[in-house]
Design a protein around this ligand. Sequence first.
Ligand code: ADP
Length: 308
Amino acid sequence: MIDIKNFGKAYGDFIAVENLSLKIEKGELFGFIGPNGAGKSTTIRFLATLLRATHGTATVNGHSVVEDPIAVRRSIGYMPDMFGVYDGMRVWEFLDFFSVAYEVPRANRKAIIGDVLELLDLTHKRDDYVNGLSRGMKQRLCLAKTLVHDPPVLILDEPASGLDPRARLEVKALLKELRSMGKTILISSHILTELADVCTSIGIIERGKLLLHGPIDKVYRKIQSNKQLEVRFATAPEAGVSLLRSDPLVKNLQAVGRRAVFEYHGDDAAAQRLLRSLMAPEIGLVSFADKEPTLEDVFMMVTKGLVT
Ligand code: ADP
């Protein structure tokens, strides 16, 4: 559905994105993850036909981004990372404006606007001014406008950024619903864990390079094979830490205060034995858990070549 080949973008001497190739199949919910400045928006803007590549090509829904941008625009709903300013415009007018821009037939507009307002739970805000909406509602409205022409592909640039946890959950639920409606979705984020439970596949980009991509379970399995454990002690950690250091399966141990984090190179049975020995009363163990990988951990592993 989305096929990027050798995309590169330079601003003067600065290379923002380097030789990026990526395929996203129909029906996928692809999470495009990387820190601020990694090159996500640059790639997304190229796909949305808003930016000229230094080199490379891409097709969206079978249309070339470079040669047939109009067909691409009809195929996508694009949500930029900035909302923009819409002074004096009401919610329904905002959606009507985009319906006209996308050449939705006049006879269908009212019903479509009603439907997307319903889907995004904004019906009660129909006549409110856009500028008076909360950030979460603005994000939902922006998502609503990507749907008015019923495109098969959605390209969403950081739709959950700056939202409170409840609004973020709502965005996730919506993404799932849109996927169940058959949309192919590319969504960017600078937070790995934010997307992990909704995406079917992810790509990790750093400093303009796509470091890793694939189905989420495969990527997580790779990351998890370098399993990290975290333990906490109720009292002074010395006894526990020295027990951990004596275990040859424990690597790269870092002890901070009453906490210790380490890579564990054993299987579940070995981890169980380790847990049992840590449960001796003099060690004062209060917690023993898998440490959820953070984006930083993934970057460390990827850049150290531990995961490819
Ligand atoms: P992300 O979306 O991952 O935060 P961007 O794609 O916006 O990253 O930016 C990638 C890099 O390109 C950043 O270092 C940014 O400063 C730079 N960049 C983006 N747009 C321009 C521009 N118009 N001129 C010069 N540099 C730019």
